[in-house]
Every structure is written in structure tokens, then in C-alpha cells.
Design a protein around this ligand. Structure first.
Ligand SMILES: [Zn+2]
Length: 258
């Protein structure tokens, strides 16, 4: 069962002590490819160095809205330079993690919007998919995406919206990233929504080290947990884990052009 972790922060220091072993264990459990996402300017080089050690790791570069106050205007320019320097490299796969976070009140919405749009423009210019963080901001993200109409779409990571929001994203060419959140029995609303999602909309992810699934509570999350996450989500959806693995992998391959 070949799985793709479409969202991990494997470059984070949380993995420094055992990254090599963890990668080996993940591969042994069937997790073949992983997308490592940049969140601020000072992790891009580290992230790129990491993916260069393994041909099945892929890089996305972006300025995450949660770190809004650390970003500087020149970082957007630098992002453009990174994308231009690596254009066409098989391990550059997307712009991300970018988006809008309306959950944290200290993040200026206007500032987030400007940053988000500047990076969507880069995704459009470099014909890359966009990997999005969307928290309490679906209406605004959907409205923004309708103006940009990205040719290659992208992924709404850790999707936890409604049926209607899912439909809007699908019309815009986006896939929905599912991971640990829906493995929790308490996530009643989300579990109801995912039962009805079309299978061709779904990609799997861990968001590791965050978003621990129900079977590994209060632990560092890891790509090696993806098979268990797949199993739990398949159960919620009433399909076999093999079917979910196969379809979600095909969906991610199609999106990234692998
Ligand atoms: Zn993330």
C-alpha cells in the first residue's frame, strides 16, 4: 500500500534526533513520498537541504500566516527568487504553506490577505499548486481563490469545513487534505462531512509533528502514522483502507504531476 504524506514538517527540530530512522520506518510501513512545507524564510534552506538527501521528499516554500509578524516584505521577493532558481526541479512541488488564519485574533487580517495574495500570484506565475492553511476563513479564501483561479489548484490542508465549502474548493480544482483530526470520535461534524466527499477529492496527510491522531494521543505525530490514519479514515468513510490508499495516492500524484 503506497501512501503519500502530502503535508509534513519533517524539517522541524522535533525530528532532529531520529529523522533518518523515522524515514526508514515510514518507508517500511508504505509511506513512499512526502511533501515538506516551508513556513518562514529561515527554514527554506534547511528544508531544501533535507529534501536533497532523499529523492522521494518534495519541497514546498511559503510564508505561513501564523508567523505573519516574523515575515518581512523582502521575504516575498526572496520566495520568488527561490521559485525561479528551482523552477522545473523535480523536487520542487508547490507554494505553501500559505493561507489565512482567522482563529488567532492577534494576526492582522489585512496583512494576512496581502501576504496570501502575493504568494498566490507566485503560484500562478510559476504554475505551481498552492498548499493552503485555512482556519475560520473559508469564505474569504474561497472568494480570493475565485479571483486567482489557479491553473493547477492545490490542497486545503487539514480540511475541516462544511459540505458546501468542500464543493466550492473542488470546483476551484483543489483537493482536500485529511489527517489526524477526523480520526477522533469527538469530531462528529467533520466525520459526517467526509463520508460524503467524492473520493477523487481526497489526499492524505499527517501535518506532523502536529495533529496527533486518536491512536497516538499527545505524542509527536509522524509520517510513519499515516497507514493507521488511512485505516481509521477508511473506516469512517465505509471503504477499505486499500481503496483509500490507492485513490488518495493517485489524487496526490495527479496534482503534483508525479
Ligand atoms: Zn502545516
Amino acid at each position: 500500500m503506497g501512501l503519500i504524506d502530502s503535508h509534513t514538517h519533517l524539517d522541524f527540530p522535533d525530528f532532529d534526533a531520529d529523522r533518518t530512522q523515522l524515514l526508514a520506518r515510514s518507508r517500511a510501513s508504505g509511506v513512499e513520498q512526502m511533501v515538506v512545507l516551508g513556513v518562514y524564510q529561515h527554514n527554506w534552506q534547511r528544508l531544501w537541504d533535507l529534501v536533497q538527501t532523499d529523492t522521494q521528499l518534495y519541497a514546498a516554500f511559503g510564508l505561513h500566516p501564523v508567523y505573519l509578524n516574523e515575515h518581512r516584505p523582502e521575504h516575498v521577493l526572496e520566495l520568488g527568487q527561490w521559485l525561479s532558481r528551482l523552477a522545473g526541479h523535480p523536487q520542487l512541488c508547490a507554494v505553501g504553506e500559505i493561507g489565512l488564519d482567522y482563529f488567532l485574533p492577534e494576526l492582522d487580517r489585512e496583512g494576512q490577505q496581502q501576504l496570501f495574495e502575493a504568494q498566490l500570484q507566485l503560484a500562478a506565475d510559476f504554475q505551481l499548486p498552492a498548499l493552503l492553511h485555512v482556519r475560520r476563513s473559508h469564505a474569504q479564501v474561497i472568494a480570493t481563490l475565485k479571483r486567482f483561479r489557479l491553473q493547477r489548484g492545490g490542497i486545503i490542508h487539514a480540511f475541516a469545513g462544511s459540505r458546501e465549502e468542500a464543493r466550492e474548493y473542488l470546483k476551484l480544482g483543489f483537493k482536500l487534505g485529511l489527517g489526524g483530526a477526523a480520526t477522533w470520535p469527538q469530531a462528529l461534524r467533520l466525520r459526517k462531512v467526509i463520508v460524503d466527499l467524492p473520493l477523487d477529492a481526497i489526499v492524505l496527510e499527517t501535518d506532523s509533528p502536529d495533529m496527533a491522531p486518536a491512536m497516538y494521543p499527545n505524542q509527536r505525530n509522524s509520517p510513519e502514522h499515516l497507514p493507521d490514519i488511512c485505516q481509521a479514515l477508511a473506516e469512517v468513510m465505509g471503504i477499505s483502507p486499500e481503496r483509500l490508499a490507492e485513490t488518495s495516492t493517485a489524487n496526490a500524484r495527479e496534482l503534483f504531476g508525479w
